[in-house]
Design a protein around this ligand. Sequence first.
Ligand SMILES: [Zn+2]
Length: 348
Amino acid sequence: MSIRRLGRALQIVRVFATNVGSESFCVTDRRLFMLNFNERMLLWNILNYPMKVVCRSVVTFELLHIVSLVCYCKVGCGGNLQEWGIYLICGVCHQLSMPVLRKERNVSCSDYFEGRRLYERNLGEVVLYECTVCGFAAFEELCHWSEDQFKSEIYNADYYLCDPPFGDVRPRKLSAWLSCVLAPGDLIDFGGGEGVLSALLNERGFQSQSYDPFYGNVQFPMDKADVVTAFEVVEHVPNQHALFHQMLNILKPHGLIIFSTLLKPTQLAQDWWYASPRNGHVSFHSVPSLGSLMRDLGLSHISLSSEIHVAARELSLLDDAAKWLPISINDTPEYFFDKDWSRLAKRP
Ligand SMILES: [Zn+2]
């Protein structure tokens, strides 16, 4: 790549950084000139050809920043990102997503609670992209995995290590909470694992069934229910629109969807324990992204806390739910990764 073109790239990046006025978007001259041959070739391609970007072959985090910035600058002025074929687009609002965090693939949420790595290391890193508009974040690479890959790499015999409350503790807490806030009725627990929550609710007078593509009953329900629950499911699913369409297909017209997923800060400035690939966590909502998704689907929703949310087809159906006291799903971990993915330190 010629120095002239490199200078042009830098100029584009600079202009953008100035306009946005955000430190996180700044790319220094030095960093740009540190690119190796392959990286420079990639940048050359991006600057010279339409946006059929081959970002999957990109190796460095720094370069991903540059690539994203250049893509943005080329199509940012009224261009339709999808028309250009850029795949670094937000799965919720279809605007540009930027790389904000890379994490070793075997880091699990439990690591942050136990203060040690629970899984074998060196499976490489995955990059978390965050939407510059709505704040939705996703591990892009994992979003393209097949169901079989998820089964063998994530939802395998060792899965229980990364989420110990999954099997028993969480379903018990949730069945006690649901039977406090709901009158017994029809309920489908979407992503309900082995069906423990459903079984416990049936003991409390509900007519509940569980569905999960990876565990227990894998047959998609044929019935519709008054209530569809999905606890700690949303963050596991790459396609958010498809997930909620599936839930709406099994929800009666005046029914409620009760779901939990921990909302992230609108702009992610640093490592975040919930974004842990080994758990199969791939999708993360901010307050605006969840609102955007619900509007797209024609749903009204309320968040009872940063974890518990209730949605329905009409706002008036949420009147009772607005008075519920939320249950706490996740505790706050005591540890954080200090410097790299091997050293955990205790929070002060
Ligand atoms: Zn977005």
